[in-house]
Design a protein around this ligand. Structure first.
Ligand code: AMP
Length: 203
């Protein structure tokens, strides 16, 4: 990416309330994770995925009471997807919900955003999609309904969630668990290939 283009992106993202790092600067390890913090995992394997995630993060920042923290972009092999599915681009964000937001109201906003970015009702399980937003945690809230499970039940088993999340909230222990994100990642054994896309601290 050219220097001018990058600085314009940085400028646009900062104006939108996204905490961004300049090139080469790693996300702050051990970042504060207040009780009310929301964690959202993003994925895309259809269309211009990196751009979709950039735009989606700007929209998520508008749901945040404070500056949103975001990971780098990561590329990952599809997991539990139909044969021939394209690779994913993944990321994670952490933010503080606005007053009055509930896990249910936020999930509805995330689903509306998925639709806005072109997501259609699925015909095949885990088929390619322009945008997938998973609510990983909403502070210490716990849910087990047909619409919403919190914390997300598979987050700690997925490298494509743990790697980005480890950049922004390594010390986070999800409600009901005893291990931190960093610890889950260290002991995870899967054949997923998940690689950080270089120079995407400021995407
Ligand atoms: P997906 O195809 O992965 O986007 O799954 C979406 C479905 O999972 C929707 O029917 C949601 O109601 C449900 N769901 C349950 N828990 C969660 C969660 N923590 N985050 C996002 N979707 C969830």
């Amino acid at each position: 990416m050219g220097g001018g283009q990058e600085s314009r992106r940085l400028h646009d993202a900062r104006r939108a309330g996204v905490e961004v790092k300049s090139r080469g600067q790693r996300p702050r390890p051990g970042a504060r994770t207040p009780r009310s913090e929301v964690i959202v995992a993003l994925g895309s394997n259809l269309g211009d995925s990196a751009n979709v995630l950039r735009e989606a993060v700007i929209r998520l920042a508008s749901l945040s009471a404070r500056r949103l923290r975001r990971s780098s972009l990561w590329r990952s092999t599809p997991v539990d997807c139909p044969p021939g599915s394209p690779p994913f681009v993944n990321a994670a964000v952490a933010f503080e919900p606005t007053a009055g937001e509930t896990p249910e109201s936020l999930l509805a906003r995330l689903q509306a955003l998925e639709k806005e970015f072109g997501r259609r009702p699925k015909t095949i399980l885990n088929e390619p999609r322009p945008l997938d937003l998973d609510l990983i945690a909403f502070g210490s809230e716990v849910r087990a309904t047909s619409e919403l499970t919190l914390p997300h039940p598979r987050a700690h088993q997925r490298r494509f969630v743990l790697e980005p999340l480890n950049e922004i909230a390594p010390a986070l222990v999800l409600p009901g668990q005893t291990k931190s994100i960093r610890e889950w990642l260290a002991e995870l054994r899967t054949d997923e290939v998940v690689r950080r896309i270089p120079d995407t601290n400021s995407w």
